[in-house]
Design a protein around this ligand. Structure first.
Ligand code: CA
Ligand code: CA
Ligand code: CA
Length: 218
């Protein structure tokens, strides 16, 4: 399995060397996009009972197309790594959303002899990259979507995502408001891992806090 991991890594490296990363953008973008991500977790986002700066990072993908997508041909990495951080799994129906946590990435890396760094989304700024296995060459990967962010996006519990799903990038800063002028600007909404990107939705986080308020005053 270790051999397979590095063979795929070589494909990515070669792709970068020949400048092919940009070539894939227009060819497969309609199939799957990065929809939202959170680089600096301040709470237990993956729900395992422990706050962990590696395991609780997450990246959400969205299928804007009309067909079900096989996620096993898609890969995630950050801007500093040439090798993928995670091979996605499962499938995704039309207009459906899936979220992958740092804990998924660490487990996948351990299984394939690639360390245990997780998604490696730097809080000070980084790039989230979504890639797909090249149908013409199973050892090469094509980039299908990416987003470069700066430190204000990597602040505690701020997510960055498209609003609405698949559309323009904005900052989900409802848990840690941003008053600056850098792009993307804050929208006041809370992060929504695994759910549609909406503002003012009844997210589990909001419902939990509301129940605590009611309990306090009853
Ligand atoms: Ca991080
Ligand atoms: Ca956790
Ligand atoms: Ca979401």
């Amino acid at each position: 399995m270790r051999r397979g991991f590095w063979r795929i890594g070589l494909g990515v490296t070669m792709l970068g060397v020949i400048g092919g990363l940009a070539l894939g953008v227009s060819t497969a973008r309609s199939e799957l996009v990065i929809n939202e991500f959170l680089a600096n977790p301040g709470r237990d986002w993956d729900g395992d009972g422990v706050l962990d700066s590696r395991d609780d990072e997450w990246v959400e993908v969205y299928n804007p197309g009309p067909d079900t997508v096989n996620l096993t041909v898609y890969w995630l990495r950050d801007g500093l790594n040439e090798d993928p951080n995670l091979n996605l799994f499962g499938e995704l129906g039309p207009q459906q959303i899936a979220v992958f946590y740092g804990s998924h990435a660490a487990a996948w890396q351990q299984e394939h002899g690639g360390g245990a760094a997780g998604l490696s989304l730097n809080n000070g700024g980084d790039t989230v990259v979504l890639m797909k296995t090249d149908p013409a060459d199973p050892l090469a990967l094509l980039m299908v979507d990416s987003f470069q962010y700066t430190a204000h996006v990597g602040a505690l519990d701020r997510a960055c995502g498209r609003l609405p799903d698949g559309d323009d990038w904005t900052l989900f800063d409802g848990l840690n408001p941003y008053a600056g002028e850098l792009f993307p600007q804050g929208n006041g909404c809370e992060p929504t891992p695994g759910e549609n990107n909406v503002c003012g939705g009844n997210t589990p986080l909001e419902a939990h806090r509301w129940s605590e308020v009611k309990t306090h005053w009853q």
